[in-house]
Design a protein around this ligand. Structure first.
Ligand SMILES: *[C@@H]1O[C@H](CO)[C@@H](O)[C@H](O)[C@H]1NC(C)=O
Ligand SMILES: *[C@@H]1O[C@H](CO)[C@@H](O)[C@H](O)[C@H]1NC(C)=O
Length: 361
């Protein structure tokens, strides 16, 4: 997420909730377009979950990447400690509390991809820490894989046009890909090497632009640092994650305003954070929505948004669990606070209709 300080000026058409109207849930009232969340007491922003044996581990945004564990997604969640013993080795931005970690497990090793940046700027980097255990205690911080704004490689395409935060890694037919991006030109994908900690060789030919918000939904700011404003306006799309459910890859992302929400001047309904998706038969895209519109052109299906006391859900990912796919995310509780530090962990089961995910209770 990008904690932009920008205030809402532009207003856009309200999103169609027509797709969601077909959802039938025992717990949903006719007025609610989405099923109720499984809310929890886990205080977290931009959650990432892995299951190891019978235990779920969560990774979130705070000092040195806090780790919690629980016997089920509903909790009880127990704080175990932090992944990093110290600040990120990358000398940039918010290195004390890296942003939006994404943790994956492969061949007995665990990899946490994280971002360092500062609010509203694209002077950013994605780093990775590796351990042989999902809990705290033995993570090695390998530092940056990619950088934007300043630093090694930041002048090269696609880093010259993107913002290196909100990482996620998908491995397809043995080839790992790093998805990333926030605001500016949106969501990008680059190949990784098999070691999962370094950038692939064929970046120029194998990088892909996966999704974008063409509309300027908010003002782009007037910060004198060109890395900290967008003269074309602000394009709120971020938090990419790719899941697989036969026979498609699904590109999930968060759309709209995540942070710095003023309860007295909330964004127009539909302009706050929500969870959207597109699909492709190729991990490298192109990803399209139900109408066939490419996500790079602003396409995308709304899968989960504000409902009841859930406000601005996002920072999502999908866990392929024993019983099926789980969509999980953070949300604000509108009966409690709009302060993003109060965000909680929530989740819903996914079912697929005609190959499109539908949130269930
Ligand atoms: C929101 O907070 C209220 C008051 O604490 C609580 O009753 C409710 O269950 C919460 N809702 C969610 C989705 O967390
Ligand atoms: C800690 O990590 C190192 C390097 O990955 C590994 O060689 C070592 O066995 C690990 N130690 C423990 C106690 O897990």
């Amino acid at each position: 997420m990008i904690a932009s300080k920008l205030k809402l000026l532009a207003s856009l058409s309200i999103l169609s909730l027509a797709n969601a109207a077909t959802i039938q849930q025992p717990r949903s009232s006719p007025k609610e377009p989405f099923p109720q969340t499984h809310g929890t007491d886990l205080n977290i922003h931009d959650p990432s979950i892995v299951r190891s044996g019978d235990t779920y581990y969560s990774y979130g945004v705070d000092t040195h990447i806090p780790i919690h564990s629980a016997p089920s997604l509903d909790g009880p969640w127990t704080r175990l400690g932090n992944a990093l013993d110290a600040d990120s080795v990358i000398p940039k931005g918010d290195r004390t509390a890296p942003w939006a970690p994404n943790t994956i497990a492969l061949n007995g090793k665990f990899y946490i991809y994280y971002g360092v940046s500062q609010a509203g700027c694209r002077d950013s980097a994605i780093g990775v820490a590796v351990s042989d255990h999902p809990g705290p205690g033995n993570w090695t911080d390998h530092g940056p894989i990619i950088q934007t704004g300043t630093g090694k490689g930041s002048g090269k395409y696609p880093f010259s046009t993107s913002n290196a935060i909100d990482p996620s890694v998908v491995i397809a037919s043995g080839q790992p890909y790093l998805n990333f991006g926030s605001y500016w030109s949106g969501i990008w994908q680059v190949p990784l090497k098999e070691d999962l900690i370094s950038l692939g060789d064929n970046v120029k030919s194998d990088s892909r632009h996966l999704a974008a918000e063409p509309k300027a939904m908010f003002p782009g700011g007037n910060n004198p640092d060109a890395n900290c404003r967008d003269d074309s306006g602000s394009h709120p799309i971020e938090g990419a994650f790719i899941s697989y459910h036969f026979p498609y890859f699904y590109l999930w992302y968060s759309h709209g305003k995540c942070c710095d929400l003023d309860p007295k001047a909330l964004p127009k309904p539909g302009d706050e954070y929500s969870i959207r998706v597109g699909r492709s038969s190729n991990p490298q895209g192109p990803y399209t929505d139900k109408s066939g519109k490419d996500l790079v052109d602003g396409g995308g299906e709304l899968i989960y948004g504000s409902n009841r006391d859930v406000y601005a859900p996002g920072g999502q990912a999908v866990l392929t669990d024993i019983g099926g796919d789980i969509l999980y995310y953070h949300y604000l509780n509108s009966s409690v606070s709009y302060d993003f530090n109060t965000a909680k962990f929530g989740w819903n089961r996914l079912e697929y209709e005609d190959g499109w995910p539908v949130a269930q209770y």
